[in-house]
Design a protein around this ligand. Structure first.
Ligand SMILES: [Zn+2]
Length: 415
């Protein structure tokens, strides 16, 4: 066996070594039989090798033993290192809604976010990614006209109907993307006719944040965007319209592509955590939150969030979506018999109140809390019926192979 003694690797053979024992004995008689010279003098013991000279020395302990502090080297230290580094990479890949390794490295090396560690080991093949990405889009070649300031151009598109319908009765999602920063906002609606209400909601929120007015809105010619009310409202507010030609969704490429990216990520995450499909809006929200803090080729060296708000986002609070979290219950809210924490499932974050969205499957309620202890490798044991439902949306009717915009390419490439 090999032992590391005072920094020198020593090979000792013909011995019984019992790892569980705190102290193992080495016989002086045997050592001298092997040709070593032993000198015991002034409470110290020295071992001399015939050719190497002094190889160990030690002082006497209170019970007249000579202790040698020996460390058993791990058999394959390099492998141990790799495993933990690979786990770290996988953890951040999962926390980042399956962002690929290149994207994670870009975020770190270009200092685009706070709180992301250096990931030394590359990502292994991720099965959840393979499950989520059924299509792979071509990498676009041309670059198109880009807005030069926030809200100059906004892209929007509706995706759905999604089946099954969400726990809150939603069937569609509508996204708004600011062309300049590529920040994305998402809203959930039960019917396409609600698009107009959501547009007004988004417009007032975004204009207030930026302090300037929206210039142009690019959508397809879907009835929800071309109603009389919608048209009149835009006319009254001085919002120019760009309506893409019918049956050529690639003209609305930014929004189309974003919706597809989001839904593919949602598929990966549902596959990873076995979350009942009816909670898809929660997953969509988290994906959009992550995408806004991920690299996009459309904005150089900045995340969409920073390009929009001019503040470097922190990702320190990122945890694996759908994992178990124990929410601390404050004293005032519990009786003596209540436990100090309740077991919940992480459903992303609340951007308004800056806390984790924690779903309690027993009470079927969401609580917002900052006081959570996570078990990121654990999942809730949902009943199987809810999980085996396939999440579908009407994405087969669109052929996006020819989308021109170079947006979120990093998400589309396979690791
Ligand atoms: Zn993955």
């Amino acid at each position: 066996m090999k032992l590391n003694i005072a920094g020198v690797m020593q090979k000792i053979d013909g011995v019984y070594y019992i790892p569980e024992l705190k102290n193992n004995l080495l016989s002086m008689g045997q050592l001298q039989e092997r040709g070593l010279a032993i000198l015991i003098q002034n409470n110290t013991c020295k071992l001399f090798h015939p050719t190497r000279g002094l190889i160990m020395d030690t002082t006497m302990t209170f019970n007249r033993m000579f202790a040698i502090a020996a460390v058993m080297p791990s058999k394959e230290p390099v492998v141990f290192f790799q495993t933990s580094e690979e786990e770290k990479t996988q953890l951040w890949h999962n926390r980042f809604a399956h962002l690929n390794f290149k994207g994670l490295r870009t975020l770190h090396s270009n200092k685009m976010v706070e709180g992301l560690p250096l990931l030394a080991a590359p990502l292994k093949v991720c099965n959840d990614c393979l499950a989520g990405k059924q299509h792979r889009n071509n990498i676009p070649k041309k670059s198109y006209w880009r807005a030069t300031c926030k809200l100059q151009l906004v892209h929007s598109d509706i995706c759905g109907p999604v089946t099954p319908e969400s726990n809150s009765g939603k069937r569609y999602l509508i996204t708004f993307i600011d062309d300049f920063s590529r920040k994305c906002w998402v809203y959930f609606i039960s019917a396409k006719s609600e698009a107009f209400t959501m547009f007004k909601k988004f417009k007032s929120l975004a204009e207030k944040e930026v302090g300037s007015l929206m210039g142009c809105l690019r959508t397809d010619r879907g009835g929800e965007f071309t109603s009389k009310d919608f048209n009149e409202y835009c006319l009254l507010n001085g919002i120019k319209r760009q309506l893409t030609a019918a049956y050529t969704p690639q003209q609305n490429g930014v929004a189309e592509r974003k919706n597809r990216t989001i839904m593919n990520l949602v598929r990966s995450m549902l596959s990873e955590k076995y979350i009942p499909r009816e909670f898809w809006p929660e997953v969509v929200n988290w994906c959009v939150h992550v995408l806004n803090r991920s690299p996009t080729l459309a904005v150089k060296d900045l995340t969409p969030e920073e390009a929009w708000s001019c503040v470097k986002p922190s990702v320190e609070y990122f945890r694996v979506f759908g994992c178990i979290g124990h929410v601390h219950i404050p004293n005032v809210k519990r009786t003596k018999l209540d436990s100090r924490s309740s077991k919940c499932v992480l459903f992303g974050v609340s951007e308004k109140t800056k806390g984790y969205r924690m779903y309690n499957p027993i009470t079927k309620k969401i609580v917002i809390s900052r006081d959570v202890i996570f078990e990121e490798n654990k999942v809730w044991d949902w009943t199987e019926d809810d999980i085996n439902v396939l999440l579908k949306w009407r994405d087969d009717e669109i052929d996006v192979a020819e989308i021109e915009e170079q947006d979120q390419v990093q998400f589309e490439e396979q690791e």
